[in-house]
Design a protein around this ligand. Structure first.
Ligand code: AGP
Length: 585
C-alpha cells in the first residue's frame, strides 16, 4: 500500500508533508522525506504517523526537489531502516515505492552475490539497490525490466533537477503548472495546486521537470491528455467532531440526500437504463470487508426484487474458484476507494470472461471506475476514517436502487420516506454500553436473515477500532457449536428487526441467557414483559420501511464501535495495522 509524492517548486517541504497527510489513508507505519538542495539530498525518516515526521522537518520555504512516503508495511518490520526513501548503491539516487515486488528475493540474492549491502529488509530497497548511481531513462528502463509485481515509483537524483517515475498496477498521477510539478499516488494531492492532471498508465515511465511532463512506454514517447480536477473532496475540518469516524457516521444523512438528488438526474438514470437493457442471466456482487457486507445486503435486495441468480463473493477468494461467468453475467464490484487490489483482480478476471462490469464506488477517478463498463457513484464524498461508515450506507442505497431498476420499479418514494425516518439514536445508552464492552476480550453478535449481515458488519466495525475479538453468527447456528463458548462471562449482542424472525430470535437469546450469558438487544420492536428479563440492555431502533431497517440498525453499531475505541484509548480514525485503501493482494 503506501502513499508516495514528489514535488518540484517553492516550499517543497511544506507541500510534500501536506501531500503525505492527504495520502496517510494509504498507511501510517512510518514516513520519510528526501529533498535535494545545493547538490545534497537531505533525508528525514520517522517511525509513526506523518505528524511525527512533520514535527521534525523545518520548512525552508525555498525552491527544491523532493520525494516523500508514508508506509504500510508489507515486507519488513516497521523501523527506520525499512522506512522510505531508500537509496541506490552509492547513495546518489533516492526512491519511494508503493506496491510489492514479487521477485525481490531472487533479485536481492543476486545483488548480495555481487557484494551489494542492504540496510533493511524491504522489497523497495531492492529496487533502489538495482541502480548504480546513474539515473536516466535508459537505466530506469533496464531496472523496470527486472521487476515483477506492482509499483508506483518516484526517483530523485543528486545531479538532476528532475523527478523520474514509473508505474505498474499501483496508481500514479502527475500535474505540472506555472513552474511547479507534482507526482502522487492520488490526484487529491493536486487540489490546491492545479486544475488538471495526467493519469499515468501501467507500463509507463518518464520524468517531470518544473515545466514539463515526459512519458514513455517501451522507449516510445507517449502523448498524454490531461484530465480536469472536478471531483469534490470533503472538508478536512472536523466541524466540531472529535474524529472523522463520528463525523462520517452523521454524514450518512448527507449521503442519503445526495443519492436522492443525483439518482433523479438524467445522466445517472441513463446509466441505469443502459444496465437494465443489458442481456443479463446472472449476477455476481464482489467486494472486500465492509464493501462485501454491502454486497450481501444487495444480494438480498436483488433476490427479493428479481428472478436472477445472484451470488455475492469475497474478491480475495473469487478468482481462485470455478465461476460460471459469460457475456450475460452482470459483475458488480463494490469498493469505496476503487483501488482495492483484490477487487481490481476480480474485475480483470471478469473482463477476461467478457462479462458486463459495473463498479459501485466513491472515487470517480479510481482504477476500478476507469476500467469498468458502467460506474454508479455512491455520492458519499471523501471518507477518511479507516473504518467505513457512510460509504457502506451509500453502497447499500445504490444496490437498493439497482435492484428496483432491474425490477422496473420506482425507488425515489421509498427513499424519501426513509429520509424522514433516518435516526441517529442518543449517545447516552451507546456510551454506557461501550464502557461495558471495553472491558471484554471477546463479544458475540447474533442475528437472523438480514440482521445477520448487520451483525457481520457491526462485528467488523467493532473489532477494527476496539481490537476486541468479535464474532458474528446466525442465531440459529449457535447450538451447532459456538454455544460451547458461552458462560457467565459472555456478552452477546443480538439484532432483531424482522417481525417474521422475532420469536425464533428471542428463543436463541433465551438459550444464551440459560447459560449465564449477558445480552444486549438492538430492536425496533416492543418486547413483551415475559421476555424483557432475557435482555440485560435494550437499545430501541426507530422503525422504518423493512428494506431500510438494515441501515437504521447499523448506525448505532457504528457508534458503538466508535465509543468503544475511545473507551480503550484507541484512535478510531487510524486503527493499528490497517490502512484505508488496500492496494496489495
Ligand atoms: C471497512 O471498515 C474496512 N476498513 C475494510 O473492510 C474495507 O471496507 C475494505 O478494505 C474494502 O475497501 P474498499 O471499499 O475501498 O474496496
Amino acid at each position: 500500500m503506501c502513499g508516495i509524492v514528489g514535488y518540484i517548486g517553492e516550499n517543497v517541504e511544506k507541500i510534500l508533508l501536506e501531500g503525505l497527510s492527504i495520502l496517510e489513508y494509504r498507511g501510517y507505519d512510518s514516513a520519510g522525506i528526501a529533498v535535494l538542495r545545493n547538490g545534497k539530498i537531505e533525508l528525514n525518516k520517522r517511525v509513526g504517523k506523518v505528524e511525527v515526521l512533520k514535527q521534525s522537518v523545518k520548512d525552508k520555504k525555498k525552491f527544491g526537489i523532493g520525494i516523500a512516503h508514508t508506509r504500510w508495511a508489507t515486507h519488513g518490520k516497521v523501523c527506520i531502516e525499512n522506512a522510505h526513501p531508500q537509496f541506490s548503491r552509492g547513495g546518489d539516487i533516492a526512491i519511494v515505492h508503493n506496491g510489492i515486488i514479487e521477485n525481490y528475493d531472487i533479485l536481492k540474492a543476486n545483488l548480495i552475490k555481487d557484494g551489494v549491502r542492504f540496510s533493511g529488509d524491504t522489497d523497495s530497497e531492492v529496487i533502489a539497490k538495482l541502480f548504480e548511481d546513474k539515473l536516466n531513462l535508459k537505466s530506469l528502463k533496464v531496472v523496470l525490466q527486472k521487476l515483477e509485481g506492482s509499483y508506483a515509483l518516484v526517483l530523485l537524483s543528486k545531479y538532476q533537477n528532475k523527478l523520474y517515475f514509473a508505474k505498474n498496477k499501483s496508481p500514479l498521477y502527475v500535474a505540472v503548472e506555472n513552474g511547479r510539478a507534482m507526482v502522487a499516488s492520488d490526484p487529491s494531492c493536486f487540489v490546491n495546486f492545479s486544475k488538471k492532471y495526467f493519469d499515468i498508465s501501467d507500463g509507463e515511465y518518464g520524468f517531470i521537470d518544473k515545466n514539463s511532463i515526459n512519458v514513455y512506454n517501451k522507449g516510445i514517447k507517449v502523448e498524454k491528455t490531461s484530465k480536469s480536477i472536478n471531483f469534490k473532496f470533503s472538508s478536512q475540518k472536523m466541524d466540531g467532531y472529535s474524529h472523522y469516524m463520528i463525523k462520517e457516521i452523521y454524514q450518512c444523512k448527507d449521503a442519503l440526500n445526495n443519492i436522492i438528488q443525483n439518482y433523479n438526474l438524467k445522466n445517472i438514470q441513463s446509466i441505469l437504463e443502459h444496465i437494465k437493457n443489458c442481456n443479463i442471466n446472472r449476477i455476481y456482487i464482489i467486494g472486500c470487508g465492509t464493501a462485501y457486507h454491502a454486497g450481501l445486503i444487495g444480494k438480498n435486495y436483488l433476490k427479493n426484487q428479481t428472478n436472477f441468480e445472484v451470488n455475492c463473493e469475497l474478491a480475495s477468494e473469487f478468482i481462485y474458484q470455478n465461476n460460471l461467468i459469460d457475456d450475460k453475467s452482470l459483475c458488480i464490484f463494490i469498493s469505496q476507494s476503487g483501488e482495492t487490489a483484490d477487487t481490481i483482480s476480480a474485475l480483470k478476471y471478469c473482463q477476461k470472461h467478457n462479462s458486463i462490469t459495473l463498479s459501485i464506488t466513491n472515487v470517480e477517478y479510481s482504477t476500478l471506475a476507469k476500467q469498468s463498463r458502467f460506474v454508479l457513484p455512491i455520492f458519499a464524498e471523501q471518507e477518511r476514517a479507516v473504518a467505513s461508515t457512510k460509504a457502506y450506507f451509500a453502497q447499500v442505497l445504490v444496490l437498493y436502487i439497482l435492484s428496483k431498476v432491474l425490477a422496473k420499479k420506482e425507488y425515489i418514494t421509498t427513499l424519501k420516506k426513509f429520509q424522514k425516518d433516518l435516526s441517529f439514536n442518543s449517545d447516552d445508552i451507546i456510551i454506557k454500553l461501550s464502557k461495558i464492552i471495553s472491558l471484554k476480550d471477546q463479544l458475540f453478535f447474533i442475528g437472523r436473515g438480514i440482521d445477520y449481515i448487520t451483525c457481520q458488519e457491526g462485528a467488523l466495525k467493532l473489532k477494527e477500532v476496539s481490537y476486541i475479538n468479535c464474532q458474528a453468527m446466525p442465531s440459529g447456528e449457535l447450538k451447532h457449536g459456538t454455544l460451547a463458548l458461552i458462560d457467565n462471562k459472555s456478552l452477546v449482542i443480538t439484532i432483531i428487526t424482522d417481525k417474521k424472525l422475532l420469536k425464533k430470535s428471542i428463543n436463541n437469546a433465551c438459550e444464551i441467557k440459560s447459560r449465564g450469558g449477558k445480552l444486549i438487544l438492538f430492536t425496533c420492536f416492543k418486547i413483551s414483559l415475559d421476555f424483557k428479563n432475557v435482555f440485560d440492555y435494550i437499545v430501541k431502533i426507530k422503525p422504518t420501511l423493512d428494506e431500510f431497517m438494515c441501515l437504521q440498525s447499523i448506525i448505532p453499531l457504528q457508534k458503538l464501535a466508535y465509543f468503544t475505541a475511545l473507551q480503550k484509548g484507541n484512535n478510531p480514525d487510524m486503527p493499528r495495522n490497517l490502512a484505508k485503501s488496500v492496494t496489495v493482494e
